[in-house]
Design a protein around this ligand. Structure first.
Ligand SMILES: Cc1cn([C@H]2C[C@H](O)[C@@H](COP(=O)(O)OP(=O)(O)O[C@H]3O[C@H](C)C(=O)[C@H](O)[C@H]3O)O2)c(=O)[nH]c1=O
Length: 184
């Protein structure tokens, strides 16, 4: 398992080992003892799985407010995404900054997005399936979001905003400057 830092403190790229042979491959995609040994003492309690049929589907930018805030570990089972994490920790030196990187079933990379960040992705292929583990349970009352097309974030989505398919609900989410439920 390779653990790499990103420009945002706490957001990490995790790449598990893949054993290939003539049949295909085998990979331990999550091993608690390896995470503990790497100083990543997260405890995930829920697995999520989404399918997006089209290219240019944007999901997010989501987060859950306290006390249901979630750390997330995202990976792609099929297809490709541009995965994005935005720092919404008010006192952070990288507040409002984001990282964006491609996760795919080919590069086998996973992204660890800790509490304090909004998360979203845009699909880069049809029929993309995303699987992610979270450290707290779903709480609709605590489901929050940040406008993915907030110009202050400067996220370079791979398609014109007019062409993306986003959940209508997500479109009503606030810009960063109007966000209330942030983290310290
Ligand atoms: C997140 C979630 C949703 N749901 C139900 C609620 C809705 O009826 C339906 C679709 O939910 P939503 O439109 O919020 O799904 P996405 O737009 O894919 O949002 C997710 O994808 C972005 C990228 C994230 O990072 C979030 O964790 C997550 O909210 O599933 C559940 O029953 N449990 C859950 O944990």
């Amino acid at each position: 398992m390779i653990v790499e830092d990103t420009a945002l403190d706490g957001v990490k790229i995790i790449t598990p080992k893949k054993f290939g042979d003539e049949r295909g491959f085998f990979s331990e995609t999550y091993t608690q003892s390896k995470w503990d040994a790497a100083g990543l003492p997260f405890r995930f309690v829920q697995d999520n799985h989404s399918l997006s049929a089209a290219i240019g589907v944007i999901r997010g930018l989501h987060f859950q407010s306290a006390p249901f805030a979630q750390d997330k570990l995202i990976r792609v089972l099929r297809g490709r995404i541009l995965d994005v994490a935005v720092d919404i920790r008010r006192s952070s030196k990288t507040f409002g900054k984001h990282v964006a990187l491609e996760l795919s079933s080919d590069n086998w990379r996973q992204l660890l997005v800790p509490i304090g960040f909004a998360h979203g992705f845009c699909t880069l292929e049809p029929n993309t399936e995303v699987f992610y583990k979270v450290t707290n349970y779903y709480s609709p009352q605590n489901d929050r979001g940040l406008a993915f097309d907030d110009p202050d974030l400067g996220i370079e989505w791979p398609f014109p905003i007019s062409d993306v398919q986003a959940n209508a609900r997500d479109r009503s989410w606030p810009r960063l400057r109007d966000l209330v439920d942030m983290f310290e």
